[in-house]
Ligand binder design. Structure first.
Ligand code: DGJ
Length: 733
């Protein structure tokens, strides 16, 4: 890993063994983009991959005749000076002008990676693991300084970027747009993959053709959303799972965002991501600064599979920072689908006891334990235990659960309040609401104004009182509606455009306070399933509930899509009852487990309701997961086929030393008298002899080139086995 500086030509080459990222100062003083991709040799004065010589209808800066901004490749493009593509930032000045002229003003290199105050970001575990280049640019007229941060990591094909704005001038300005990164690629020979969906079908990959004009995705919901994830991939049209170039771009952020790929008329492609500029207005007074969230840009020239595996490793090692970092996750039992809010201590203990008998390690009490929470019309905001349901409180219940030999976890939804709550009655102005307008409700609840410190502090105090001394080891932090009427009762009119972002900062600050107070707790984020599954929250909560859709078959699609940008161990995945509560589908318990294994794994049903035969299967599943969770959750993950394209879907995890692999084959529909499909495994050592759990031995090259049979013999000849079958294969070298 290295940052090579060519002072003469003011070029900077960030590189490690796999990637090079080259930027330099342009004749205008702006920062230009020269190259990003596979590692190349360093050369002084590499040329910009496009000729910016003016043509008819282009404009050039005064006194620089041979340079046209619209034909150039920028790193952080400005508005209003001859580049007609989407800018990366805009600054509204006191006189109404939005034109700025930032010019290079030096650089600094620091070992390691500086954190961002109050926001999540990837980090270096030691100073020699990463190097950061900070380029300074100044707008002489306003005195605003931009600091562009670039970090290169020694061990990953990854560059991270972010920007700081510092007002060193005399007058206040208003930032109306401040993306985290922008890059001008030299061609448009790409396909864009976005991860889109809705509640119950989160992060389905959708491919779009890149051409002239803009492709974009965004959220204006105040959360990153299940509609569009703040992550996308650009790949070459020929790139597949195992071959070809691709880059992934994540925003490490949990609120409104916009990502874009904008093709111009000269075959260049401007790619950007950052906080959504719609209704973003950030006044920046003298001496003040503003930090954008971080963007993570990853690269692969070995296909999408390798891209995902680098991202998984990078996030597990350099984003997640809990005591659960790189630790196999506890197998949990959650009562939500079993009881909803109708429970008492006795019924809960009965469910937990059966969980212990099955081998579960952690019992999680979901929604309904506090205030007057018997349905979703009341109680949110009153984080005081409902002693009618739980006479001995959370501490008493947790003690009883612990006495059974289980850890105890709890559900919270700290950002919300119901109209019918003591909190709202005492503080009706603590919610986001526009003056004189009706309030929109979502699930009958309102959103607390987390841009206000006193609101965050009050919620923290209530939660602290519940958690402190209770011995809880897990918290599920839920968030069940999007934001509306984003207006704060205490902010002045000039500052209302800061509230969306300050809300997210408030969420981060509450996470930070809780983590500091209870470092031993494992947090799982949740937002009506996976509506806020993003790299920002992974920094605080190392796992996230993937979806409320627990149907074994739908979950294959959800977990498949999620695996492109997020580690297997980050995906909350449970076995639930049949008929499934979301789809009504009947999926065999083996397949429900075979899907849930590829995540955190747990159960979300009343195990007392199972037949003896099914319960015995559950016990075996738990034994299996305890044995192989390390490989599944932290091994190298290979997608073999797509649930959006194939009827036989498969994926697998391989340990880093390639001595153990766990593969799953899902057979969605069973044909009568079908063919004899084989699945070619991936990621094994071709020269090792592997023995499977049926006692058969094969070389890795056989398993990867000839493959394994998708159906066992008896299944093939007996169609009455039905649909939705699965086969798990364990291989040991
Ligand atoms: C939505 C979550 O996704 C569910 O798992 C459950 O916790 C409910 N909220 C509880 O209200």
């Amino acid at each position: 890993m290295n940052i090579i500086i060519h002072e003469n030509v003011k070029q900077f080459h960030l590189c490690n063994d796999s990637v090079s990222y080259i930027i330099g100062v342009l004749p205008t003083g702006d920062l230009g983009h020269f190259y990003f991709g596979r590692k190349i040799h360093d050369t002084e004065g590499i040329a910009m991959p496009c000729n910016p010589f003016p043509r008819p209808m282009t404009c050039n800066p005064n006194k620089i005749d041979d340079f046209s901004p619209e034909l150039s490749s920028f790193e952080y493009p400005s508005f209003g000076r001859g580049d007609y593509r989407n800018p990366a930032y805009e600054i509204l000045q006191g006189n109404g002008s939005r034109v700025s002229q930032f010019e290079y003003d030096g650089y600094e290199i620091v070992q390691g990676k500086p954190a961002i105050d109050g926001m999540p970001s990837t980090y270096a575990n030691s100073e020699d693991e990463a190097q950061t280049l900070i380029i300074s640019l100044v707008d002489k007229l306003t005195g605003i300084r931009q600091k562009l941060y670039y970090t290169i990591f020694r061990d990953y094909p990854v560059v991270t970027r972010r920007v700081s704005f510092i007002n060193e001038g005399e007058e206040q300005v208003t930032i109306t747009k401040a993306l985290s990164m922008s890059i001008d690629l030299p061609d448009q020979d790409y396909e864009w993959i976005q991860f889109q969906g809705a509640w119950g079908r989160e992060r389905f990959p959708v491919k779009r053709e890149v051409t002239g004009g803009a492709i974009s995705i965004e959220s204006m919901r105040g959360i990153s959303s299940s509609n569009f994830n703040p992550f996308f991939i650009l790949k070459r049209p020929t790139t597949d799972e195992d071959h070809g170039e691709a880059m992934g771009i994540h925003l490490v952020y949990s609120g409104n965002f916009r990502a874009m790929a904008e093709g111009d008329s000269f075959d260049k492609l401007r790619v950007s991501i950052g906080v959504n500029d719609r209704w973003f207005q950030w006044p920046l007074g003298k001496g003040e600064s503003f930090d954008t969230p971080e963007a993570v840009i990853s690269f692969s020239d070995n296909g999408l599979g390798a891209l995902s595996r680098s991202i998984h490793r990078f996030f597990n090692n350099n984003l997640v920072r809990s005591v659960y970092k790189n630790r196999p996750r506890p197998i949990l039992l959650n009562n939500w689908e079993a009881t909803n809010m109708s429970f008492d201590e006795q019924s809960i203990l009965k469910i937990a006891k059966k969980g212990k008998e099955a081998g579960v390690e952690l019992f999680v009490l979901d929604d309904g334990w506090f205030g007057k929470r018997d349905d979703d019309y009341a109680g949110l905001g009153d984080w005081v235990v409902n002693t009618k349901k739980l006479p001995d409180g959370i501490t008493g219940l947790a003690q009883k659960v612990r006495d059974m030999g289980l850890e105890m976890g709890l559900w919270i939804e700290p950002e919300m309040v119901n109209e019918d709550s003591d909190l709202f009655r005492a503080h009706p102005d603590w919610v986001l609401a526009a003056p004189g307008r009706d309030k929109s409700l979502g699930r009958h609840q309102m959103v607390l104004d987390f841009s206000r410190k006193e609101v965050v502090d009050a919620i923290f105090d209530m939660l602290f009182a519940v958690i402190d001394g209770s011995g809880l080891t897990y918290i599920k932090w839920d968030m069940n509606r999007s934001l509306t009427e984003v207006y704060s009762a205490v902010a002045d009119s000039d500052s209302q455009g800061t509230i969306y972002h300050k809300y997210v900062l408030g969420v981060y600050s509450l996470y930070e306070k809780l983590i500091k107070a209870f470092p031993e707790i494992l947090f799982e984020s949740c937002s009506s399933g996976g509506s806020r599954f993003d790299a920002g929250l992974l920094y605080y909560a190392p796992q996230a509930w993937c979806s409320d859709d627990t149907d074994g078959i739908e979950r294959i699609k959800i977990q498949y899509g999620t695996s492109f940008g997020y580690p297997i161990v980050s995906m909350g995945s449970h076995v639930s009852e049949v008929p499934n509560q979301q789809t009504g589908r009947m999926v065999p318990i083996e397949t429900r487990a075979a899907v849930a294994y590829f995540g955190t794994f747990g159960y979300e049903l009343d195990l007392n309701e199972l037949s003896d035969e099914e319960f015995e299967k559950v016990k075996k599943q738990i034994v299996f997961m305890k044995e192989y969770r390390e490989v599944i959750q932290y091994g190298d993950f290979y997608r073999i086929s797509s649930p959006f394209e194939a009827d036989i879907v498969s994926w697998m995890s391989v340990s880093a030393d390639k001595k153990c692999a766990v593969a799953a084959i899902y057979k969605i529909h069973t044909p009568a008298n079908g063919s004899l499909p084989r699945v070619k495994l991936k990621g094994l050592d071709p020269d090792r002899l592997y023995t499977d759990d049926r006692g058969q031995s094969y070389y890795g090259d056989y398993l990867m080139n000839v493959g394994v049979e998708a159906y066992d013999r008896e299944e093939m000849f007996n169609a009455q086995f039905g649909d939705y079958r699965s086969k798990m294969i364990v291989l040991k070298a």
